[in-house]
Ligand binder design. Structure first.
Ligand SMILES: Cc1cc2nc3c(=O)[nH]c(=O)nc-3n(C[C@H](O)[C@H](O)[C@H](O)COP(=O)(O)OP(=O)(O)OC[C@H]3O[C@@H](n4cnc5c(N)ncnc54)[C@H](O)[C@@H]3O)c2cc1C
Length: 394
């Protein structure tokens, strides 16, 4: 039996995130985009609201509902917050992308050690470092190395484009323990901020998601304790690569939800503009064409949301969801570019109002949804490999 109604906790999480998006994100969205800076007051408000506020209550209620729904709760919130501002939503304090590999690959002791400090009421972030210059899609070609010397792992290498990389208290970094092993040599390591040999390099200036921090990280003879290797759950050779890919299966629906949130914001703003700001004397047949286009967009938004929900629902039940995660990410990533571009085009005849400035910002923000967590081409490869397992797709 399929049920599309949201449970009490799911509805509460979504409503709360929407309220946060309206009160804390939209009002500072354009300014943060312009300056590429986020005020400290935003971080503290988010800390208070998400770690102590109603979101926490929603999670407690979710536990009472006795159904595992972390992924569904997360995508419901992500859509609302991206509706507010996707760049700001990536900067909310918390372990962020570091959490999935720690939860899936860490021992209970490692989970407590690395995630416990996030509950202390202070500002903490986490980050995930997979991508290297020239090695984003082809994770198996990773060149950052980890060598065991006595009781320590020694890391050497270079990562880039790492979200929250410069402010993270810890970074889950993927490195190879033996390049000859290809993907089977890859392992996840937890590197705390301030470890000697761990250096933050350049912060990227970007076209979109400008307020989101994207950093270069360098490891030069960076020594971490032996037990910072996350491989407690599975000792098989493929565990490290599976951790990397498993992380993407959990995070792609979240990225899909962010894309749906921006697309929905652009759709609503464009509809409002047509209703309220369309210049006087605008030809009625052209208005009808725009309305038809917006009606189609509405259908596509619903489709994208359902694809995201399905992938997250499967993740909560530990049903293998690589194909579904890629489908939702590819579809929502394409849709957000289409909807924001249409918004900019449709509203072009108007004054330089706030709604037009927001549409232009969302148009710039949209592009990265075609790139991070795997480009559209890579999503198609993942989908094709699962649809046609008998064909050798490189
Ligand atoms: C704002 C932002 C935030 C990011 N945050 C993070 C983060 O927190 N952590 C992290 O690890 N990474 C992060 N990334 C990196 C992102 O995941 C990579 O940029 C992405 O995976 C693409 O990798 P690449 O840039 O090396 O491109 P490449 O892999 O070099 O790809 C270049 C082009 O070649 C195509 N291509 C590559 N291989 C194939 C193939 N086999 N078949 C067909 N086409 C192919 C790609 O589709 C693309 O069009 C972030 C990137 C951005 C822009």
């Amino acid at each position: 039996m399929i049920d599309f109604t949201l449970s009490k906790s799911q509805g509460a999480a979504r409503d709360y995130a929407h309220q946060v998006a309206m009160e804390e994100m939209r009002p500072i969205s354009l300014e943060c985009d312009r300056t590429e800076k986020i005020p400290d007051s935003f971080f503290w408000n988010m800390q208070r609201r998400f770690w102590a506020g109603a979101a926490g209550q929603a999670r407690m209620q979710a536990q009472e509902e006795e159904e595992k729904q972390d992924n569904v709760l997360s995508i419901l919130s992500q859509e609302e917050m991206a509706w507010g501002d996707a760049a700001l939503s990536t900067a909310i304090p918390g372990p962020g992308l570091a959490a999935p590999p720690i939860l899936s690959q860490g021992t209970p002791e490692q989970q407590m050690k690395f995630l416990g400090p996030y509950m202390d009421g202070q500002l903490h972030w986490g980050a995930l470092a997979l991508t290297e210059p020239g090695i984003g899609s082809d994770v198996a070609g990773m060149s950052t190395t980890a060598v065991l010397e006595g009781d320590e792992w020694v890391l050497n290498g270079h990562k880039h484009y790492i979200t929250n990389g410069a402010r993270a208290d810890l970074v889950v970094t993927f490195a190879t323990i033996d390049k000859n092993l290809g993907r089977e040599g890859i392992r996840p390591f937890v590197v705390p901020q301030g470890t000697p040999g761990f250096v933050v390099g350049r912060i990227e200036e970007k076209m979109g998601l400008r307020a989101s921090q994207t950093a270069e990280l360098i490891f030069e003879n960076c020594r971490i304790p032996k037990d910072h290797l996350l491989s407690g759950r599975e000792s098989s050779k493929k565990a490290g690569f599976k951790a990397a890919m498993g992380t993407l299966d959990a995070t792609r629906p979240m990225v899909g939800a962010l894309a749906v949130g921006i697309a929905r914001a652009a759709y609503e703003t464009t509809c409002q503009w047509v209703q309220q700001e369309l210049p006087k004397g605008f030809p009625s047949h052209k208005r009808r064409e725009i309305e038809q286009e917006l009606e189609e967009t509405r259908q596509e938004l619903e489709m994208a949301r359902l694809l995201v929900w399905r992938a997250a629902w499967m993740a909560d039940r530990r049903i293998p969801n690589s194909k579904e995660a890629s489908i939702c990410k590819a579809y929502a990533g394409g849709l957000v570019m289409k909807v924001t571009a249409a918004g900019v085009r449709i509203t072009a005849p108007g004054e330089n109002s706030e709604s037009r400035q927001l549409l232009q910002k969302w148009f710039r923000d949209a592009k990265v949804f075609d790139i991070f967590e795997g480009t559209a081409q890579i999503q198609r490869l993942v989908i094709a490999r699962r649809l046609f397992p008998e064909v050798d797709i490189p």
